[in-house]
Design a binder for this molecule. Sequence first.
Ligand code: FAD
Length: 316
Amino acid sequence: MKVTEHIAQAKETLFSFEILPPLKGKSIQSIYDGIDPLMEFKPKYVNVTYHREEYIYKEHDNGLLEKISVRKRPGTVGICAAIMNKYHVDAVPHLICGGFSKEETENALIDLQFLGIDNVLALRGDSIKTEAAFRPHKNGHAYAVELIHQVRDMNNGVYLMDDIHLESTDFCIGAAGYPEKHFEAMNLSTDLEYLKQKVDAGAEYIVTQMFFDNSKYFRFVEACRSVGINVPIVPGIKPIKTLNHISFLPKFFHIDYPEELSRELLKCKTNQDAEKLGIEWGIHQSKELKEKGVPCIHYYTMSNSSSVKAIAKEIF
Ligand code: FAD
């Protein structure tokens, strides 16, 4: 079933979460271990992120980089199929532009259709470690909007391969939104213009980047509505889990902590302190979001579901 159908049918705020594929070498059990504790909260769908293979380089004294290994995560598509089979919930694979030609994307979408997967979250993806800025595949897409056009074309029966008779797909397409603006955008209004283009191209709902200040989400929703973006906007919540997250999350995801939270974070001395505060703050955010009637709350587990479970226990 489509995410938009789940949202339309829901009588109250839905619970959903996203998991990361494990690093190569780990078994599918590591995925189930992350999902099992959260099933009691009855998610209607589970997102599975996609990660490009990463080349690990060693820097020599002369400045030259030597490629020493490639780290690859097992496939998002297969994990989605396994989740749907085991838990009978919908799985939402993340599909990215980076590293893919349009033909490879088409093939991935044909596989998803074959497996009975009804949803995709269409993203550009980030640059990999060896790129200063995002570089599209030479026969791929530079922006998520182009990927959305491709999925929508397939939904209309238009394929790149014209030598075989393929049925139209029927994917529900989600896109990413940034309450604190995407870090490359000149300002929030240009970012919103591009977000509107994604919706006009066929994105039927938006999932936000994590934020720690609900007022930023509410302002973002208002700003979206004022430029004619009328699709559901699902807030993304990430519980802080370790002391390292205190600096890592703002740096990596280009987000700010509100003053009240940062004052409390400064008092944390151990990972346990940070985790406890992360859960309390997650409950505080989720309570308000639910009270205001958001369609769904999307939790970023980042391969660790215990904090999300502690929050969900209080909210769902
Ligand atoms: P876009 O919508 O293409 O936007 C990228 C930038 O370009 C923005 O600054 C935008 O303002 C600008 N822009 C957009 N369209 C145009 C245009 N036509 N012309 C000029 N500028 C334009 N990354 C992964 O690698 N794997 C994942 O699984 C993953 N999951 C995510 C899930 C969520 C909910 C979110 C919020 C992010 C996720 N990301 C993931 C990260 C995401 O790929 C990065 O944030 C990436 O830098 C931008 O992706 P996007 O789809 O928002 O890009």
